[in-house]
Ligand binder design. Structure first.
Ligand SMILES: O=C(O)c1cc(=O)[nH]c(=O)n1[C@@H]1O[C@H](COP(=O)(O)O)[C@@H](O)[C@H]1O
Length: 275
């Protein structure tokens, strides 16, 4: 298996630059005419798989919306991840994990170890216990040829309190996270496997020019970010940018063809990224 960064670059080139979120909000379940319980969750995911599998470059299930249903919800997540991964659609588990030592190691094994029932192609992680605390995930991802997306500058306004704070050399904390990720990507062929998350809602992005890894940009659509914002924030890194859209696409459901049309329209709006 090729490293995640190379697989992602290939998928973006072939299927278009888009990460679609599977975010089974209670509101969306109701709008789709589904019950807000595990049965509704399961049907929602089956329809998402039918609509997105083999169509979009990368799918991002938001783990929180599965955990809220306890073990039965996790079982739905396991099945969803398994179906997508086994057919070759890349899966980014949005778990935003971050802890220390052996606990981080357990999180890493959950999402990145081939023998885990939740094993995905990549996972989101939070570096706000210190970038170095992420080493178990970064090391395991390198070993299993999977990926990690590190939260750098998030789409929510509260993030700035921590992420825009300055360290002693004057860089923002968000910039430090990007620079640390860049160290991990040094020498990678095509695109490194350590990505960063930069919200499409921001007025300014950290300097991404040396990252050599994927840049996930959530916040498009429901949170107010637009393709023009993505273009502005991406700078000269257009080919590394992966916009994430969740509600804006999911609102088109439950019709599978309407979901696919929404994906096609969204991908068209981002054609400039891979031009
Ligand atoms: O890591 C993420 O994906 C993420 C980071 C961030 O800064 N902002 C952000 O919205 N997200 C996630 O991206 C998705 C955005 O959903 P929509 O606002 O519905 O498109 C949610 O699953 C969020 O948890």
């Amino acid at each position: 298996m090729k490293p995640f960064g190379q697989r992602l670059a290939g998928a973006l080139a072939h299927r278009g630059p888009l990460c679609v979120g599977i975010d089974p909000h209670p509101r969306l379940l109701a709008d789709w005419g589904l019950t807000v319980d595990v049965d509704g969750l399961e049907t929602f995911c089956e329809l998402c798989v039918e609509a997105f599998d083999g169509v979009v470059a990368i799918v991002k299930p938001q783990v929180a919306f599965f955990e809220v249903f306890g073990s039965a919800g996790i079982a739905v997540l396991e099945r969803t991840v398994e179906v997508l991964c086994s057919s070759g659609t890349l899966v980014l588990a949005d778990a935003k994990r971050g802890d220390i030592g052996s606990t981080m190691d357990a999180y890493a094994r959950t999402w990145l170890s081939s023998d885990s029932p939740l094993c995905s192609d990549a996972v989101t992680v939070s570096p706000y216990l210190g970038f170095g605390a992420l080493a178990p995930a970064l090391d395991l991802a390198a070993e299993t040829r999977r990926g990690v997306f590190v939260l750098a500058a998030t789409s929510n306004p509260e993030g700035a309190q921590v992420q825009q704070a300055r360290v002693a050399d004057g860089r923002s904390v968000a910039q430090v996270m990007v620079d640390e990720a860049a160290v991990r990507n040094a020498g990678a062929d095509v695109l490194g496997s350590v990505g960063v998350v930069v919200g499409a809602t921001l007025t300014e992005a950290p300097d991404l020019s040396a990252l050599h890894g994927p840049i996930l940009m959530p916040g498009v659509g429901a949170q107010g970010g637009t393709p023009d914002d993505v273009r502005r924030l991406a700078g000269d890194q257009l080919r590394a940018v992966v916009p994430n859209v969740s509600r804006e696409v999911l609102r088109a459901g439950p019709s599978v063809s309407a979901l696919r049309d929404a994906v096609a329209r969204t991908v068209d709006g981002f054609a400039f990224l891979q031009a």
